[in-house]
Design a protein around this ligand. Structure first.
Ligand code: SF4
Ligand code: SF4
Length: 315
C-alpha cells in the first residue's frame, strides 16, 4: 500500500509558494443537499447564458470525472484584495480584475506545489494529479468548504475566517491519500444580511445567485447588446458605477474588514488603470484598451463588451 502524503508538508509548501490558505478534503460524491441545490439553480435558469454550467450532468458531483481515481482535493486560496484602489468617485472595476489574469498565476503555483511535494509531472503516462482553476466541472466552493478553508456566505462567496472573501480559489487533485484531512468550517453569517441588502438588483436568493440579475454576470459574461431590462438593472446601482464586475456584496461583508492588501506582483493595478477618469473611459479607443488590459481578465468582455457597459452607465 502506498504511503500517504504528508498534509503538513503540503501546507508548508503552499505557504512558501505564496498561497494564503490551504486545506485538504477527502474525496467522496458531493452530498445530496448540495447536488440537489445546484440542480435547482440550473433548473431555475439562474446560470443565465453560462451554458457550460449546465453541462456534465451528474458527473460534476464526483471529482473522479475530472481525475480518474481522485482521492484527495487540496484547496488553495490566494488573496487579491488590492492595496491601491480606484478612487471612489470614478468608474469601478471588481478588485479581482485589477491585475493580470489569475488563472495562469494560480495554475503555475499549483504546479510548483505538485512538484515540491514530489508528484509526477502532469499528463505523464502515470499522471497522478490535475490542476484546476475554473477549468473543470468542479464545485470549487463546496470543496473549499470540505477542505476547511472557510464557509459559503449568503453572498455565495467562500469566506475565510479572519481573512475574508477576496480570494482566488484553485485545486490540486490527487490520486494519493494524505495522512490527515481537514473538516468543514462552521458558517458564521449568523443573522447578518448585509450582502443581501447591499445588492442593487436583488440577485442574491436563498437558492443561489440569480446571474440573470447579477451585475458581475451582465458586465462580464453576457454577450451582445443589453435588453432594455438588463440595461435598467445595470443602471439600478448607485454611484460609483461598476463597469466591469461588481464587489458590492463583498464590500458589505463585515468579514472583509480582515482583508489585507495582497503582495502578489501580478495582481497589482497599473498606474494607467488607476489614473483613468470618466472622460477617458468615454473616449477609450481599441488601442488604449489593448494597452491597458494586456494579460488582464478584462479581456474576457472584449473591447465591445466594455464599451457597451460604459455607454450603459453613462446614458
Ligand atoms: S456581484 Fe453585485 S449584483 Fe451580483 S449579487 Fe453581488 S452585489 Fe448583487
Ligand atoms: S455580509 Fe453577512 S450574510 Fe453576507 S456573507 Fe457576509 S457575513 Fe454572511
Amino acid at each position: 500500500m502506498k504511503t500517504p502524503l504528508s498534509s503538513s508538508l503540503i501546507k508548508v509548501e503552499a505557504m512558501r509558494l505564496g498561497f494564503d490558505a490551504c486545506g485538504i478534503a477527502r474525496v467522496a460524491r458531493v452530498d445530496d443537499t448540495t447536488a440537489a441545490a445546484f440542480d435547482r439553480w440550473i433548473g431555475k435558469g439562474y446560470h443565465a447564458g453560462m451554458d457550460y454550467m449546465a453541462r456534465h450532468g451528474d458527473a460534476r458531483y464526483h471529482p473522479d470525472y475530472v481525475l480518474s481515481g481522485c482521492r484527495t482535493i487540496v484547496s488553495l486560496a490566494m488573496n487579491y484584495y488590492p492595496g491601491r484602489r480606484i478612487e471612489e468617485d470614478r468608474l469601478q472595476f471588481a478588485y479581482y480584475a485589477y491585475g493580470k489574469d489569475y488563472h495562469e498565476v494560480m495554475k503555475d503555483r499549483i504546479r510548483q506545489l505538485a512538484k515540491a511535494i514530489g508528484i509526477k509531472p502532469e499528463n505523464s503516462e502515470y499522471s497522478e494529479f490535475r490542476v484546476v482553476v475554473d477549468s473543470a466541472p468542479l464545485l470549487e466552493r463546496y470543496w473549499a468548504l470540505q477542505a476547511g478553508l472557510g464557509w459559503i456566505g449568503r453572498n455565495h462567496n467562500l469566506i475565510i475566517p479572519h481573512r475574508g472573501s477576496y480570494m482566488f480559489l484553485g485545486e490540486l487533485l490527487l490520486t494519493d491519500e494524505v495522512d490527515q484531512y481537514d473538516a468543514p468550517v462552521a458558517n458564521h453569517c449568523g443573522t447578518c444580511r448585509k450582502c443581501i441588502e447591499a445588492c442593487p438588483t436583488c440577485a442574491l436568493t436563498d437558492g443561489g445567485v440569480d446571474a440573470q440579475r447579477c451585475l458581475s454576470y451582465l458586465t462580464i459574461e453576457h454577450r451582445g447588446p443589453f435588453s432594455p431590462e438588463q440595461a435598467a438593472l445595470i443602471r439600478q446601482q448607485l454611484t460609483p458605477y461598476y463597469i466591469y464586475g461588481c464587489d458590492r456584496c463583498q464590500r458589505a461583508c463585515p468579514h472583509n474588514s480582515f482583508a489585507r492588501p495582497n503582495q502578489t506582483e501580478e495582481f497589482q493595478p497599473s498606474e494607467s488603470l488607476l489614473d483613468m477618469q470618466t472622460e477617458d473611459w468615454n473616449q477609450l479607443t481599441r488601442e488604449k484598451y489593448t494597452e491597458l488590459f494586456r494579460g488582464s481578465p478584462v479581456k474576457r468582455a472584449k473591447y465591445e463588451g466594455l464599451m457597451r457597459n460604459i455607454k450603459t452607465v453613462m446614458e
